[in-house]
Design a protein around this ligand. Structure first.
Ligand SMILES: C[S@@+](CC[C@H](N)C(=O)[O-])C[C@H]1O[C@@H](n2cnc3c(N)ncnc32)[C@H](O)[C@@H]1O
Ligand SMILES: Nc1nc2[nH]cc(C(=O)O)c2c(=O)[nH]1
Ligand code: SF4
Ligand SMILES: [Mg+2]
Length: 212
C-alpha cells in the first residue's frame, strides 16, 4: 500500500509518560475527525487540533510506495546510532490508524525500533505496538479502551475525565488544551489533578523549549 506522510522528524517525546525520550515522529497525513481545513474546524468532531497534517510537504514528507521504503527513511532520520537498543518511532498524524498496518510495523521492527502510537482511539488496534497513547475526542466513538496511557485534553466540552476513569490504562493524564486560553487551561488542569489524584498533568514540553 502507499503511505501518505506529512513529515518525519527526530525530536524528544514532549508529552505523557515518555516525556523526554528521543524518538522519530512519523506524522501521517489525514484524520477521520477533522479535514484539517480551517473552514471546517468549527463543525468538526475534533475542533482544537494544534497540528497541520494536510498533504506531504513537511520534512521527509511524501508518498511512500511500500513499508520498507518508509521504514528506511525513518531509520535514516534516527541516524548513525543504528545498533542502538533505544530506537523508538512514534506514529502520529492526523490519525495514524487510518494507514499504519502490519507491513509497516514489521518493517520498523526489523530495523530494531520500538513502536509507539498517538491515536484518537476511534479505530481498533490489531497491531503489535509497544506503547499505546489514546487521546479521546468523542465518548461515543471511542473503541480503544485499554492501552499504556490515556491523555485527555482538558477542558473538553462533554468529555469529563470521570467518563474514562474505569478504562484499562497504566497512566491517566490530563493535558491542557493549547489555544488562546492556555494559561487558564493550565490552571484548570492543575486544579483538577490536585483534587483528583488519579490524574497526572501532561505538559507539551516541546512547546515550552521550542523544539518540534
Ligand atoms: C495531533 S494529535 C495526532 C494523533 C491523534 N489524531 C490524536 O488525536 O491522538 C497528537 C496529540 O496532540 C494532542 N493535541 C492536539 N491538539 C492539541 C491542543 N490544542 N492542545 C493540547 N494537545 C493537543 C492530541 O490530543 C494528541 O494527544
Ligand atoms: N515533541 C513532540 N512530542 C509530541 N508528542 C505527541 C506529538 C504529536 O503531535 O503527536 C508530539 C509532537 O508533535 N512533538
Ligand atoms: S483527532 Fe488528532 S489529528 Fe485529528 S484533528 Fe483531533 S487532534 Fe488533530
Ligand atoms: Mg504535536
Amino acid at each position: 500500500m502507499t503511505y501518505s506522510v506529512k513529515e518525519i522528524f527526530k525530536t524528544l517525546q514532549g508529552e505523557g509518560a515518555q516525556t523526554g525520550k528521543t524518538a522519530v515522529f512519523c506524522r501521517f497525513s489525514g484524520c477521520n475527525l477533522w479535514s484539517g481545513r480551517e473552514k471546517d474546524r468549527k463543525n468538526a468532531i475534533c475542533n482544537f487540533c494544534d497540528t497541520d497534517f494536510i498533504g506531504t510537504n513537511g520534512k521527509n514528507g511524501g508518498k511512500f510506495k511500500n513499508a520498507e521504503i518508509l521504514a528506511e527513511i525513518i531509520n535514516k532520520e534516527w541516524g548513525s546510532d543504528y545498533k542502538s537498543i533505544h530506537k523508538y518511532v512514534v506514529f502520529t498524524g492526523g490519525e495514524p490508524l487510518l494507514q499504519l498496518d502490519h507491513a509497516l510495523v514489521n518493517a520498523v521492527k526489523n530495523l530494531g525500533f520500538q513502536i509507539a502510537i498517538e491515536t484518537n482511539g476511534t479505530i481498533n488496534i490489531d497491531l503489535s505496538i509497544d506503547w499505546i497513547c489514546v487521546s479521546p475526542k468523542s465518548y461515543d466513538k471511542l473503541v480503544v479502551t485499554s492501552g499504556d496511557e490515556i491523555k485527555l485534553i482538558y477542558p473538553q466540552n462533554h468529555l469529563h475525565p470521570s467518563l474514562f476513569e474505569n478504562l484499562k490504562f497504566k497512566h491517566f493524564f490530563l493535558q491542557p488544551m493549547y489555544n488562546n486560553e492556555i494559561d487558564n487551561n493550565i490552571e484548570l488542569t492543575v486544579n483538577f489533578c490536585m483534587n483528583n489524584a488519579k490524574w497526572k498533568l501532561s505538559l507539551q514540553t516541546h512547546k515550552l523549549i521550542g523544539i518540534q
